[in-house]
Ligand binder design. Structure first.
Ligand code: TRP
Length: 459
């Protein structure tokens, strides 16, 4: 069967950027930054991207593009059948695992966009936002309905194929996302008191930086760039032979970081406008679905037209960000089942979608009817989240960097990176140095920290 490629270089970059820009940029990055020393954290984060993120992203691109195959096959090919082939399989599994809970949050963004556009938040007292959220996620069927709609949209895009599905949707959604983000950031910055919010985000406070900050920054960089599980490897398998790998990786990293910082410009000025202390709100769901809807109403006028527009666009932004990332996660699994088991794309995609429907629904219900089902005291959603984020991702990142740095044939690497000698690669030595020494060591530390082994060993 003829394998599809992306039709253009810009399409390839936008698709990869779509994978990278996701919930991580909007609901984690700003708060992590604000609480960890502002610009100091941003500087450390950017260093992590330069020293670890880019080398690994380039390696994933390279392995995908060289083999033009799904991630499991890609690693099988480049590892010549040695046990390293398991890294690819693990990546496919991790991606599928992440997708199972990621879609749940994607669905919530749709519900909140709906609540915003129907002006449901008008005149809601501040303390009731928590109940609204808790009642929603615990509702016996409402989150599930949104979940199925969200998965339906992903499924539709995936079945349309690489060019008319993934690439076309990225070309439409990424510019939209960018303009919406710019619009919201400008609105937020124009609010009275905005400068305090900007100071909170941008003023470097090195006293808040310690070793865990650095590890957090690394973890965040990995998650945000969609590294370590074959997402970018799968997309790169659709890159054309003349797509410049390093330059594309830099573009993706720049877009991803820009959107993350812009999310801070959206969130903090409006928060400070109403005198809310960002240190008191957590990252993730608490911020996004409890604090922010209230912030938007208070800052822009409770129930006002502006509040409706702002709030709706914000959740739409989250929805688009989540959707493009979820599509990339789905594609990892779809490419795997279609190519490894020789299925038609429609059939393979349907199979993946079916599993996501089942497991996603279980994760979604774990906030309501299934909240009694726990493992180590966590509901199903958290089990999926923790297992993938804390264990599988750092492990995958470490293995990929070791593989790319120590095992992968150096000449092959250089040839592919330079597009067969066409491009200059003055950074090659640095890249290999990072892959061999810096990345495995650093990610090893992240792994120890995330799994709690660090604290255990330092006791
Ligand atoms: N990068 C996305 C975000 O910021 C999430 C994501 C998509 C992801 N694909 C991934 C995370 C692969 C880790 C690995 O939300």
């Amino acid at each position: 069967m003829e394998r599809e490629n992306f039709g253009s270089k810009i399409g390839a970059v936008l698709a990869a950027a779509g994978s990278a820009v996701g919930l991580g940029n909007i609901w984690r990055f700003p708060i992590e930054t604000g609480q960890n020393g502002g610009a100091a954290f941003i500087i450390i984060y950017v260093l992590c991207i330069l020293m670890l993120g880019l080398p690994i992203m380039i390696s994933e691109f390279l392995i995908g593009r060289y083999t033009h195959a799904n991630t499991a096959a890609a690693f099988r090919i480049v590892s010549n059948g040695s046990p390293w082939k398991w890294v690819g399989r693990m990546g496919v599994f991790t991606g599928w695992f992440i997708l199972c809970y990621y879609v749940v949050v994607g669905a919530w963004t749709m519900h909140y966009a709906f609540l915003s556009v129907t002006n449901t938040f008008a005149d809601v007292p501040a303390k009731e936002y928590g109940d609204i959220f808790n009642n929603f996620v615990a509702h016996p069927w409402l989150p599930t309905v949104w979940l199925w709609v969200f998965i339906g949209v992903i499924h539709y895009v995936i079945t349309r194929g690489v060019q008319s599905g993934i690439e076309k949707s990225a070309k439409l959604m990424m510019p939209t996302l960018f303009f919406v983000a710019v619009f919201l950031a400008v609105c937020s910055i124009c609010l009275p008191g905005a400068s305090q919010g900007l100071a909170f985000l941008l003023k470097p406070d090195w006293s808040k930086v310690d070793s865990t900050t650095v590890l957090d920054a690394m973890g965040q960089a990995f998650y945000s760039l969609s590294l370590a599980m074959g997402c970018l490897c799968t997309y790169a398998s659709y890159f054309g032979r003349t797509t410049p790998l390093a330059k594309s990786a830099v573009n993706v990293a720049v877009i991803d970081t820009l959107i993350a910082i812009m999310a801070g410009f959206i969130i903090f000025p409006s928060m400070f406008n109403i005198g809310m202390d960002p240190n008191e709100v957590g990252v993730g769901a608490g911020l996004t679905f409890v604090s922010l809807p209230n912030v938007f109403q208070q800052a822009l006028g409770d129930g006002s037209f502006l509040a409706v527009v702002f709030s709706t666009l914000f959740y739409f932004l989250l929805f688009v960000a989540a959707l493009t990332s979820a599509i990339s996660l789905h594609e990892v699994a779809t490419a795997y089942v279609t190519e490894e088991f020789g299925m038609a794309r429609k059939k393979g995609a349907a199979l993946v979608t079916a599993t996501i429907l089942v497991l996603g629904t279980l994760c979604s219900l774990s906030f309501g009817p299934l909240s009694g089902v726990t493992l180590f005291g966590r509901n199903l959603f958290s089990v999926f989240d923790d297992l993938s984020g804390r264990i599988l991702l750092p492990l995958g990142g470490m293995l990929i960097s070791i593989f790319a740095g120590w095992v992968l044939d150096r000449k092959l690497y250089r040839d592919e990176l330079s597009n067969g000698g066409v491009l200059k690669t003055p950074y090659f030595k640095l890249l290999v140095f990072s892959l061999r020494y810096i990345a495995p060591l650093a990610i090893g530390l992240v792994f120890l920290e995330q799994t709690g082994l660090f604290a255990f060993l330092l006791r």
